[in-house]
Structures are given as C-alpha cells and as structure tokens.
Design a protein around this ligand. Structure first.
Ligand code: AMP
Ligand code: MG
Length: 534
C-alpha cells in the first residue's frame, strides 16, 4: 500500500459551487464559475527543503509519510493522490484602490480538502506549481526567495499567535524561473520553488466581489451560503434558509475578525505590503505573503513594497484604515443579498469601535497594564508613538526593554532608561539631552501608571514578554537565509524556522536573531525593499 493512501479528501468547494466546464486551458475569463479544474505542472527535480512539523501534525501526517518520495512528489505538484481534485479559484479584487476585474489563482492550485482525524477539513494548496486559467500573462511559477519568505513567515506568524494560513512544506522544483526582480529591464533565471499552503479555506473578499461585479447573483448567494454553512456554522439558521439577516451577521463577523487580525499585525510590527481585496481572507487569516516586511525602526509611514513607495497606501500606519476600506468593498459585494444598505453600514461602522477596543486591549498588554484606562493611557500611548519616531528606535527591542524598566518610585532616571538604550539605532547622534529629558519624563509617568496598576515588576515583565516578541522575522534575517539557500545551503531556513517557533522566549545561543538590523541591511534589496516580482 502506498504511504499516502490513507489520506481522505472531500472536496466540498468543488462539489457545492458552480465551476468551469473546461478543464485547464489558456488564461481567459471564466464567467459564472467559482473554480476551474487544473492539474499542477510536473517539475524537473523536486527536492524538499523544509517541512513544518506542526502543520504535518495538524494534518495527521506521520514521520514516515513525510520522509516518503510520494510526499515530496505531492507537495511539489508531481503526484495527485486518489481523492484529490485539483482546482484554481476564481476571484477578483481591488488592487491599490482600483477594481481590477477577474484575477483568480494564477499560480496557486488547490489539491483538495483533506479530512483530518477530528473531522475538520484543511485545504492543501500548492503555490508556484504552474499556470491556470487565471494566470493572465504570467507563468504560474514562484521563485525560491519568495517561497522561503512565504514559508517562514506563515509559520512565524502562527507561533506569534497571529491568525494565518499555514505552510506545510517548501520544495525546490528543479526548474529555473525568469524574473525581473527590480522591474529594471534585467531579467535573470532564478531557482523555482513550491510552497504547500494549508488553511480551512482560501476564500478571499475577492471571491465575493467577482460575482457581484459580474451580476452573477445566484453564484454570489451560493458562495455566501457555502461559506456561512461551512466556516461560520453558528450563523447558519436552524431552518436552513439563510436570509438578509444571516448575511448581515456574517458580514459583521468578518468585520470583527478583520479588525482583530490587523490589531495583531500592529502588535508585532508586521506590514503586509499588498492589502488588496484579493489578499484578504474571509476567515480573517493573514494570507499571501509577498512583499511584506517587519518594522525595525518604528516608522508608521514605512512600506516594504517598492511598487507602493509613492502612495504608501499599505504603510504600517495605514493598515487599520485599509482594512476598513476593504471591508466596505466586501459590503458592496454582499449588498445584493441584503438589499438594504443600512444594516451593512451599521456593521462596518462597528469596525472602528471594535478595532479601537481591541487595539486598546492589545496596547495595554504591550505596556504591561491590566486594562486600558481611558484618557490617561491614550495620552501615554500618543506620546510614546511620538517619542519612538523622534529617534530611530527598534520597535521589537524597545518593548522587550520596557519590560525591564523598574517602576519603583525610588528608581532613578538612569535605571529606568538603561534597559531601553539597546533599542536605539544611533544613540550617539540622536539621543540628545533634550530627547533624553522627554524619555525620562515619559518613563516617570509610565512608572507611576504601572504602580497605580498594582503589578509587580516581575509579573509585569512576564506578561509583557508574552505579547511582545523577542524574535521576529526581520527582513534581513530572511534575506540571509535566502542568500545561503540560493547557494545550495538550506541550513539558514531551518534555523530561522526553529528560532521562530518560540518567539517570546529567550533562546540561549540564538541571540544573533534578536539583534537590531545591521547597517548594511538599511538599504539592501530584500532587506528594506521588496517588489511584487516573485
Ligand atoms: P498578488 O497581489 O501577488 O496576490 O497577486 C495578484 C494576482 O496575480 C493573483 O491573481 C495571482 O494569482 C496573480 N499572480 C501573481 N504572480 C503570478 C505568477 N507568477 N503567475 C501567475 N499569476 C500570478
Ligand atoms: Mg494574492
């Protein structure tokens, strides 16, 4: 018996939603369809670089299965198991604020929905395994550098406690892929790779938008019903007859989940980089790791995406607002099912309220406070944001340092400031007496607030260090791992995966992964600037 034969697939998305009558075929418009059947393209020489054990466990895969040739072939697009029924999803999207029409899985192929031991379904999806009817003018491939970034960041986010799609494996395809990395007329061959992603579903806002924009209202209703029944079953009416109020309740929950995932991004300093509506998950998961980046020095205006460098639409500080904008597009798409703007408007108005509540709770946690105390803490936060911007300050190291600041009234200014010194990139030039005086004043108020809160320094430290990570997937760390991998040594990827498993714990011997971005990385491609060309 073949080692993977005991895997059970149940492909509900295909079964319950209307599809393309043609299988595979050239890029084209596919009206009325939620999906197109398409087989992954076989690759020249598949080779596994890394497997995320936690995801394998989630799927119920044994060590023996993972070590098998069948597994390698499955996650690289060379083996379609019995029960799988590979397909690409059709969706549309607003890109950089403009309606872009039909997009769809141009380089992602869903292999099938795996039924796990507890009866839940997980969709296995290959990214980079060849063209689909939605590839438009592109090749359906992915390069090693972007695949490493997706693989590592998915898992890093999971371990940070951020809702996300997962990554089971990273494999070289053995094929060479042509890319113009900087869009400057210098295309070059790069190693191709395939990531096997995992999520309950990969449905995005854009799946709803394409049906609404095309006037495909029966299909829109079918998709909404399917999504609610399968993924929001607590909203499914007892009589099995969803009505306008069901769709509003569904929308309201997507509003809340989207607010929550973005609060997490703000907490850990993650900048998605391309928050188009086709890259927002209906489940509120972080999805599509492309030109993302991590805030190193705290700069709310920073965007990692070079394509976005002028408008900076997707900068860190704009993510909350873009979440709302994207939800408004989803609301428009659901409108035909509700036929009344008022409850949809009320639902999206809750975004701001819910976001603020969640953000305050999150921020109280970052500061080590039990609860948010209205105007006092608002002022404390606003001043902190200003101070963090005044000198180049590493966000991650700052909050770890803050956990070590003594709150006792007897502690002096130097004792309080000491733990923060390491967070400054250019202390000699930027930490002037004037700025230092501002920090001392802020720390004085912070310490008083902590004392009023009544937590011991020890308890506060433990609480803060459980929400403020020490290790994040710093842009340059990923790039160092990529450089090594491109030269044939994948140990950097494996080590980074290992470190990111425990991002809140000090890991002896791994201190180098918790250091500030080195100077050479300040303006290097891949470290501070990313393009969509992946
Ligand atoms: P993104 O903004 O990277 O999520 O991609 C936007 C759209 O472009 C999606 O429909 C992707 O499937 C498609 N796309 C991106 N890269 C490729 C590629 N190399 N081949 C085919 N389609 C792609
Ligand atoms: Mg995408």
């Amino acid at each position: 018996m073949a080692v993977l034969d005991d895997l059970t697939f149940d492909n509900q998305y295909l079964r319950d939603l209307p599809g393309d009558r043609v299988e595979g075929g050239r890029p084209r418009q596919v009206p009325g369809a939620a999906w197109s059947r398409v087989a992954p393209t076989e690759t020249a020489g598949p080779e596994i670089i890394a497997v995320a054990d936690e995801v394998a466990e989630l799927l119920g895969l044994s060590d023996e299965q993972i070590a098998s040739d069948e597994f390698r072939d499955m996650v690289s697009g060379n083996l379609v198991l019995p029960g799988m029924d590979p397909f690409a999803m059709r969706y549309g999207g607003h890109q950089f604020g403009n309606w872009a029409g039909q997009l769809g899985d141009g380089r992602a192929i869903n292999l099938g929905e795996l039924v796990t031991a507890d009866g839940t379904r997980q969709t296995l999806q290959l990214k980079g395994s060849g063209p689909t009817p939605y590839s438009r003018t592109a090749d359906g491939r992915a390069v090693l550098r972007s695949s490493i970034r997706e693989f590592l960041c998915s898992e890093a986010m999971y371990h940070l406690g951020v809702p996300t799609t997962r990554a089971l494996s990273l494999a070289l395809s053995g094929d060479q892929v042509m890319r113009d990395m900087l869009y400057d007329g210098h295309p070059a061959y790069e190693p191709g790779a395939v990531v096997c992603r995992v999520a309950p579903t990969f449905i995005r806002f854009g799946n709803f938008e394409i049906f609404a924009a095309s006037g495909e209202l029966d299909e829109l209703r079918a998709l909404a019903d399917f999504t609610i029944r399968e993924y929001f079953p607590h909203l499914w009416p007892d009589d099995g007859e969803p009505d306008a109020s069901t769709y509003v309740a569904f929308y309201r929950e997507v509003v809340r989940r989207t607010a929550e995932v973005i609060v997490h991004w703000q907490r850990v300093g993650f900048v998605h980089g391309v928050m188009n509506t086709d890259n927002l998950s209906i489940l509120g998961l972080t999805i599509d790791y492309g030109p993302y980046g991590w805030l190193e020095d705290f700069d709310p205006d920073w965007t990692p995406n070079t394509t976005d460098r002028h408008g900076k639409r997707y900068r860190y500080g704009n993510q909350p607002g873009i979440g709302q904008w994207n939800l408004a597009q989803l609301g428009n798409a659901l409108f035909p099912l509700v036929d009344d703007a008022e409850p949809l408007q009320a639902a999206i108005d809750e975004y701001v309220v819910h976001f603020r509540e969640e953000h305050q709770r999150m921020f109280a946690g970052k500061l080590g406070l039990h609860a948010w105390d209205g105007e006092t803490d608002e002022a404390l936060m606003v001043e902190l944001m200003e101070l963090l911007r005044e000198a180049e300050t590493d966000m991650t190291l700052f909050y770890r340092g803050l956990a070590d600041v003594p709150a006792a009234e007897s502690s002096d200014a130097d004792e309080r400031f000491g733990p923060l010194r390491n967070a400054f990139y250019r202390p000699d030039e930027e930490l002037t007496d004037a700025l230092r005086a501002k920090w001392d004043a802020w720390l004085d108020r912070y310490a008083a607030r902590v004392r009023a809160d009544g937590t011991s320094d020890e308890d506060r430290r433990a609480a803060m260090n459980s929400v403020n990570p020490l290790y994040v997937m710093r842009n340059y760390l990923a790039q160092l791992a990529i450089d090594k991998s491109e030269a044939g040594d994948h140990s950097g990827v494996l080590e980074l995966l290992q470190v990111m498993r425990n991002p809140y714990d000090e890991q002896p011997g791994m201190e180098a992964y918790a250091e500030k971005r080195p100077d050479w990385a300040r303006s290097r491609v891949g470290c501070s600037m990313l393009s969509c060309s992946s």
